[in-house]
Design a protein around this ligand. Structure first.
Ligand SMILES: Nc1nc2c(ncn2[C@@H]2O[C@H](COP(=O)(O)OP(=O)(O)OP(=O)(O)O)[C@@H](O)[C@H]2O)c(=O)[nH]1
Ligand SMILES: [Mg+2]
Length: 310
């Protein structure tokens, strides 16, 4: 082993919590770049997303997971929740993110109950959204949660405002096991660009369409062409389950899809630092959630219907 590997530290810190707690916002703030999409809707994150941070001599591989909730009968929901619990198995450390404005809510208590069966993990409590929570309430939640579970430490942060997040990253870095870095120093995620590009469009869709919008819409990058002038042409398909959903997403005279496309294109241009031509198509695909190809694409297990999540 080389000299530098002797003095380096590297490990996995998995981020778990109820839907909408701010897990993806937190991973993006810690990484300093968007690696995971964020929206005010629950179940925004569908699979495990890595955000890699180098802090001093430590490389921390943060793992963002879908929100833990009690899934219904839907296969997609079950696969999402199973994927979140799987994220725990490799964890050297677990960050339990709680939306402090909601306190020790039912989903939080259910997760704590379930964690009792997971042995040998170290946990950090992260109370998020302090910007919207009264101090007395924060202290109350911290006290109750620490009484109910064994945490290495409690941090109170605003992932959105980058308040308290740096201290959290430093603390996590100090708990990483000794070992060589798993990823090159400048790598921030393991997500391929085609997939990230599709995720960005999905984020804009989630944010733009407030009516009856299907959590089960998916976006796929169908083609990706790079030109000599440095620009990129991307074709994506938005798959919906019903014709009515297609109408909502297209909007009157295509106004809605045009707006979504512009927002996604602007962000992609920022990330990639070049001109992007983005073309979006909307297609109706019935019963897509039974289609196993999607599960493969997302690294979700199609056969997880026998896992009951909680
Ligand atoms: N006020 C406030 N809002 C926040 C903060 N962090 C996240 N949010 C908001 O909370 C909502 C959910 O954020 P996400 O990061 O998507 O939450 P998540 O836990 O990843 O959600 P799922 O992937 O659906 O489980 C978004 O509207 C965020 O803007 C924060 O520190 N303060
Ligand atoms: Mg998320």
């Amino acid at each position: 082993m080389s000299d530098s590997a002797d003095k380096s530290f590297c490990g996995f810190a998995t981020i778990i919590g109820a839907p909408n707690a701010g897990k993806s916002t937190l991973i993006n703030t810690m990484v300093g770049e968007k690696v995971s999409i964020v929206s005010s809707k629950v179940q925004t994150t569908r699979t495990r997303v890595l955000g890699i941070v180098v802090e001093g001599t430590s490389q921390i591989i943060f793992v963002d997971t879908p929100g833990l909730f009690k899934p219904g009968n839907d296969r997609m929901e079950k696969a999402i929740v199973a994927s979140a619990w799987e994220g725990l198995s490799d964890a050297d450390l677990v960050l339990f993110v709680v939306d402090a404005t909601k306190g020790m809510s039912r989903p939080v208590r259910t997760i704590m109950d379930r964690l009792k069966n997971v042995t040998g993990k170290k946990y950090i409590l992260v109370l998020n959204k302090v910007d919207e929570t009264a101090k007395t309430k924060l202290l109350e939640i911290a006290t109750m949660m620490n009484a109910a579970m064994d945490f290495e430490a409690t941090f109170m942060v605003s992932a959105r405002d980058n308040d308290g997040v740096k201290d959290l990253v430093k603390y996590v870095a100090g708990l990483m096991p000794q070992g060589p870095f798993h990823y090159p120093e400048d790598q921030m995620t393991d997500m391929p660009m085609r997939l990230l590009a599709a995720e960005i469009t999905r984020e804009k869709l989630f944010r733009a369409v407030h009516e009856e919008i299907p959590y089960d819409i998916t976006v796929e990058t169908e083609s990706w062409e790079e030109f000599e002038d440095g620009s990129i042409k991307i074709d994506q398909v938005v798959f919906v389950a019903r014709d009515g959903q297609k109408k909502i997403i297209l909007g009157r005279g295509g106004e809605m899809i045009g707006k979504i496309g512009t927002q996604a294109r602007t962000e992609l241009e920022e990330i990639m630092g070049c001109r992007v031509h983005l073309k979006l198509f909307v297609k109706v695909r019935e019963n897509w959630s039974e289609d196993s190809d999607h599960y493969k694409l997302w690294g979700l297990s199609h056969s997880s219907s026998d896992t009951d999540g909680f």
